[in-house]
Ligand binder design. Structure first.
Ligand code: SF4
Length: 390
């Protein structure tokens, strides 16, 4: 199995490599092979962080998993997502596979020619367009790439210099453009706001990559969820991993958050996580998800969470991704995990046996706010600081 298939496991060649390999997914799952743990990580990170890259090493080359485990983790991850059987989970998983793939594509495209000539594990734009049957539908834009008018496939080593290989704009036929893009992405994507000539729409290179990300996402989502053959026993073998993922994404809903932010009343689990991040220690995926879900659960906006966590190891971009995901308005928001789940992840230490008081950190906080004689709202302090600065 080659490294390129492991890196882009949704490619047709990767599917063929899996089919041709003498491996049985039910046997791999039954044996709890490394690909199974990698698949669980793939789905967990997709749902919580919007990436499927391994926490134990970034691609290419440095992954702690070998190419075979990396490649086989993809079909197993699809099985896990099918077993989760949740539309929001499928959406998030497909989006994360696509985002991770396009990050790798961008790195491949930026790699210099020397690296590309020694590594077979990089793709070109031509490869990607061919993979999605877009080779004839996308052309470098002749108006911005002097001397380039013969299609992307004409670029590369035999192209017309750097502008030929990597022009800044392309023309994409209107059919594929409409299929791969959405007016929901903003006014600039609407056809009426686009330069349209000879049945083709002008797009920048970055926009073309965004459209290709949509193509990857659609391919990953295709066929999900699927039914598993009952006699193969995969569902039973993966039961505990699916249950963990479900618990982490507990679907309890809350009527109204307390909408007051008093750190002194936070439950110990959340205080511990904040203090850990303030010591500049990196939080694990589960830890940062639990903290973000709690802060969003008490009514903080993404901007407020960024400000609240300004002096911690959490970076603003990651906070924004997670909090926006948690607060989106399509019914896919996930409330904070329960105390039991947090205990399973080693986040809860159940100080003074207060698990008796509430089943989850948000309920515990609500009770403490309701019982407090005096509440100091962080928002009020922030507004006062802003007023002083002004
Ligand atoms: S019992 Fe619940 S609220 Fe308390 S520390 Fe554990 S997870 Fe947090």
């Amino acid at each position: 199995m080659d490294a390129l298939d492991a890196k882009y496991p949704f490619f047709a060649s990767a599917r063929e490599a899996v089919a041709a390999a003498a491996v049985s997914l039910p046997e791999l799952v039954a044996a709890d092979a490394p690909a199974v743990e990698r698949a669980r990580e793939r789905v967990e990170r997709a749902l919580l962080e919007g990436t499927v890259a391994s926490e134990r090493g970034a691609f290419p080359g440095e992954s702690a998993y070998d190419a075979q485990a990396e490649l086989l983790s993809y079909p197993i991850a699809r099985i896990l997502v099918s077993l989760l059987d949740s539309d929001p989970a499928i959406e998030k998983y497909a989006a994360a596979e696509a985002a991770t793939a396009m990050e790798r594509v961008r790195r491949d495209l930026d790699a210099d020619d020397e690296l590309r000539s020694v590594s077979s594990a990089t793709v070109t734009l031509d490869d990607l367009l061919a993979e999605f049957d877009l080779a004839d539908a996308v052309r470098p834009d002749a108006t911005t790439s002097a001397g380039v008018g013969r299609g992307v496939a004409g670029g590369g080593a035999a192209g017309t210099g750097s502008a030929g290989r990597d022009p800044s704009h392309y023309r994409i036929d209107v059919g594929p453009y409409l299929r791969l893009t959405s007016p929901d992405w903003g006014d600039s994507w609407r056809l009426v706001n686009r330069a349209l000539a000879d049945g083709a729409v002008r797009v920048s290179r970055d926009e073309l990559l965004v459209a290709l990300e949509a193509a990857v996402e659609a391919r990953v989502a295709e066929g999900l969820p699927f039914e598993l053959a009952a006699d193969e026993g995969i569902g039973e073998a993966l039961e505990s991993r699916v249950a963990d993922l479900r618990r982490l994404l507990s679907e309890r809903t809350y009527a109204e958050p307390p909408d007051v932010i008093d750190r002194d009343l936070f439950p110990p689990c959340m205080t511990n996580l904040i203090e850990k991040a303030e010591r500049d220690t990196k939080l694990s995926s589960a830890e940062s998800f639990a903290l973000m879900a709690f802060l969003v659960g008490i009514g903080m906006t993404p901007d407020e969470v960024v400000a609240f966590c300004a002096d911690t190891s959490l970076d603003a971009e990651g906070i924004r991704y997670q909090t926006e995901y948690l607060t989106d308005d399509r019914g896919t928001q996930y409330p904070p995990p329960t105390c039991e789940t947090l205990a399973n992840y080693g986040i809860c230490h159940n100080e003074d046996d207060h698990m008796q008081v509430a089943a989850d950190p948000l309920s515990y906080y609500e009770k403490r706010v309701a019982a407090a004689d005096d509440v100091t709202d962080w928002r009020a302090g922030r507004e006062a600081d802003d007023a002083t600065e002004a």
